[in-house]
Design a protein around this ligand. Structure first.
Ligand SMILES: CC(C)(COP(=O)(O)OP(=O)(O)OC[C@H]1O[C@@H](n2cnc3c(N)ncnc32)[C@H](O)[C@@H]1OP(=O)(O)O)[C@@H](O)C(=O)NCCC(=O)NCCS
Length: 178
């Protein structure tokens, strides 16, 4: 029998950030196919989300070098995705962070641990000095995650979001390498 060797990026033992595997795709589609997830993400995130979307997503990741999107594993189980996307040109020492986790795992502290892990890894392994993201104004859980992980609120991009044809502010957060 072929044993799958998972490429671990960083881990604290309980929460592991690793490359996305084909064997994750069923669960990825299951957890992503949730309007409560999609409402907090860009429209490029399919809604509804089918297995074919997960397969296309994995094909795109397979072409990336280096990869920017990873799986989050909690106690040995796939639970969601996290991304760290370095900028280009003068922004090449900055990276945008993005994430989602399946609803059954919300409010267990998992994403806060995953954000801490990938942030530390980005600062140490990638030479990144600034990690940033934008959160839709109504996404209090994500703002809380960032604040718990030492991100600072640095701006409000007023009326910058149009989600489901309603206009919202975006709250911008960043953490810099000290
Ligand atoms: C946002 C998200 C990533 C949070 O992941 P998580 O693993 O549940 O996060 P954690 O458990 O580490 O922390 C969540 C915190 O938000 C708090 N929280 C959750 N809902 C809240 C609400 N409606 N109001 C206030 N606080 C809330 C929790 O109590 C917890 O804070 P605490 O530890 O101080 O009690 C997850 O809900 C998710 O994937 N949502 C859909 C996609 C998404 O929003 N992605 C981010 C886009 S910017």
């Amino acid at each position: 029998m072929k044993t799958e060797i998972k490429t671990v990026i960083t881990s604290n033992g309980e929460v592991v950030i690793r490359e996305i595997e084909n064997s994750d795709l069923q669960l990825l589609a299951k957890y992503a196919n949730n309007p409560k997830v999609a409402i907090n993400l860009r429209d490029a995130f399919p809604n509804p989300y089918a297995l074919e979307d997960a397969i296309r997503f994995k094909e795109a990741i397979d072409k990336q070098n280096p990869k920017t999107i990873y799986a989050i594993e909690f106690k040995g189980e796939y639970v969601g995705n996290i991304s760290l996307t370095p900028g280009t040109d003068v922004y090449r020492r900055s990276a945008e962070i993005g994430y989602f986790i399946g609803e059954p795992f919300w409010n267990m502290g998992i994403m806060s641990k995953a954000v801490d892990l990938i942030t530390d890894w980005g600062f140490k392994a990638l030479g990144i000095v600034r990690i940033y993201t934008g959160v839709f104004e109504y996404n209090i859980a994500s703002q809380r995650v960032l604040e718990k992980c030492g991100f600072k609120k640095e701006a409000i991009f007023r009326k910058s979001i149009c989600k489901n044809n309603i206009i919202y502010d975006e709250i911008r957060y960043s953490k810099v390498k000290e």
